[in-house]
Write a protein that binds this ligand. Structure first.
Ligand code: 5AD
Ligand code: SF4
Length: 507
């Protein structure tokens, strides 16, 4: 029996006439059953009155009746891989409650899983929410939920309470596991429900998860962050670092492998400090060694590394491993040691260059990618040129470049010398150009060779092609069909197109 069936059985065995259990995850199993009952009752009433037919149309309604769904849902993810993984958990809880995933936001329950890393992320959410409010005017029975990083900011919640009264449910990053409990309460209380925890030391295991891809999956290894880079809001919204136990992680990956997953991405804000705070400390490199032994797992990726914690032991594991992919995302943020100090990054330009060289020496074909912020307070032209210099020297395959965004409550927000917008824009354009040029130069290194490719999907522009990734994460398109999805195949790299290949399958 797989894990999902086990969880389903446990949910079904809950006794709703008894009070809810105190322990997790049993408490959430209880509320999944309770919410399911309430949703079903409403759905049956709507079927009887003809409202359901009007809302879903005959075809959809028939499908819902046969598959035992009692409503539709849509989870929209903003932000990083951590949020994407959280959304898979949220979707699974909604499905267990009886919601069927809808194609778009025309659904009975719409949940925005938000990001707040830059101001732009917040603006996007408000924009989409405005449109959703207009939709709700036409369908007053729909429920709108908001969760994730943005909700951890009190000013955001205040603004929602005053200007977005139509929102039904608000919760944060620390209590996403409570979704079923909160929905049950919202069903019963029938008014805006806000439940945001300031922090937690809890990690709730064994809740359902709904994977977006059958053959690859993210796996959380830790939550939160202790680094306090001076520009970054993450430690405030995701809380202190908490590592999952290696046994829980290994068991989850074994179950994924049994279920057909061949590639996993170990997720954490700073994976290199994994395990340091556990009762029995273990290093990230050691965790990788243990994951490597799991049969069925072919590729191991991880995200994100902090240069200050990247150990020689990890470089050694990357060098020796057959499964750890030759790709390292190593955020630089700035190439100026002076700015790095103000950012509280705890490394210098020289240390970063040394580290990059050491990694390249150990794993020569590795793809190095990075994040860079332009326009941090006090950044001068000289500082910026140091950043350009590192990009030239390291030769990144690709880089995410960001304009510095002031986040209330972070130390950098109070710094003087914020850089004028036009200066930042000019630097940003110059950096982007250099990043694209170096990327185009180095990412073509496999041209003319045969590479192992994990096929991910049918090409979105041409259905005769499939799209997959090399171990170093470079994308390749080649002729093929849906039967290849999830398989690792040998592909010849015929042509390099700047940042992706066109190829031919060799067998
Ligand atoms: N402004 C701009 N970029 C930021 N990042 C984090 N905080 C900010 C900010 N305040 C970037 C960093 C990080 C990536 C996820 O987002 O480069 O690595
Ligand atoms: Fe991810 Fe950070 Fe955005 Fe939260 S604020 S979604 S942790 S990038």
């Amino acid at each position: 029996m797989n894990n999902d069936e086990e969880i389903r059985k446990k949910i079904d065995s809950m006794d709703l006439s008894a009070p809810p259990p105190e322990n997790e995850p049993e408490r959430q199993y209880y509320f999944i059953k309770a919410a399911r009952k309430l949703l079903k009752e409403k759905f049956e009433a709507d079927v009887a009155s003809g409202k359901a037919l009007e809302r879903y149309g005959k075809e959809r309604l028939d499908e819902m009746l046969t598959k035992e769904f009692f409503g539709t849902c849509c989870v929209v993810t903003f932000g990083c891989q951590m949020n994407a993984r959280d959304s898979e958990k949220l979707t699974a809880i909604l499905e267990q409650i009886g919601y069927q995933e809808a194609e778009d936001e025309n659904a009975d329950f719409v949940l925005y899983n938000t990001c707040t890393v830059r101001e732009n992320a917040n603006l996007k959410v408000y924009g989409r929410l405005g449109q959703l409010g207009a939709r709700k005017k036409k369908h007053p029975e729909m429920l709108i939920g908001l969760c994730g990083c943005m909700m951890q900011e009190p000013e955001v919640v205040q603004k929602l309470k005053t200007s977005y009264r139509f929102v039904d449910l608000i919760f944060g990053t620390h209590n996403i596991f409570q979704l079923a409990e909160l929905i049950t309460r919202r069903f019963l209380e029938k008014k805006m429900l806000v439940e945001v925890w300031e922090g937690t030391d809890k990690i709730v295991e064994n809740l359902p998860v709904d994977r977006k891809y059958a053959f690859k999956s993210g796996v959380n290894i830790m939550f939160g962050c202790n680094n306090f880079c001076s520009y970054c809001i993450v430690p405030y919204v995701r809380g202190r670092e908490r590592s999952r136990s290696p046994e829980e992680i290994i068991n989850e990956i074994k179950r994924l492998a049994d279920d057909g997953v061949v590639e996993i991405m170990l997720l954490g804000q700073n994976v290199n400090s994994y395990g340091k705070t556990l009762a029995e400390p273990i290093s990230f490199a050691e965790l990788l060694r243990r994951v490597e032994e799991i049969p069925g797992i072919e590729r191991i990726r991880f995200m994100t590394s902090h240069p200050k914690d990247l150990s020689d032991e990890l470089i050694q594991v990357m060098k020796e491993s057959k499964k750890v992919c030759p790709h390292l995302h190593l955020p630089l943020q700035s190439g100026s040691s002076r700015i790095l100090k103000a950012m509280n990054r705890k490394y210098t330009k020289e240390q970063y260059l040394e580290l990059a060289a050491k990694i390249r020496q150990a794993v020569p074909d590795i793809s190095l990618t990075t994040d860079i912020i332009v326009g941090f307070p006090g950044e001068t032209e000289e500082d910026f040129l140091e950043t350009m210099d590192v990009v030239e020297k390291v030769q990144f395959d690709s880089a995410f470049t960001f304009i510095y965004s002031k986040r209330t409550g972070t130390p950098a927000a109070a710094m003087e010398n914020q850089v004028p917008e036009d200066v930042v824009k000019d630097r940003f354009d110059r950096l982007l150009k250099l990043v694209q040029e170096t990327g185009a130069k180095v990412s073509g290194r496999e041209l003319g060779t045969v590479q192992k490719v994990l096929v991910e999907e049918i090409n979105s522009h041409d259905s005769h092609l499939v799209t997959g990734r090399l171990g170093n994460n470079t994308v390749v398109h080649f002729p093929g069909d849906a039967s290849l999805i999830g398989k690792i195949v040998d592909v010849h790299m015929d042509e390099f197109k700047g940042f992706y290949y066109m190829g031919t399958k060799v067998r």
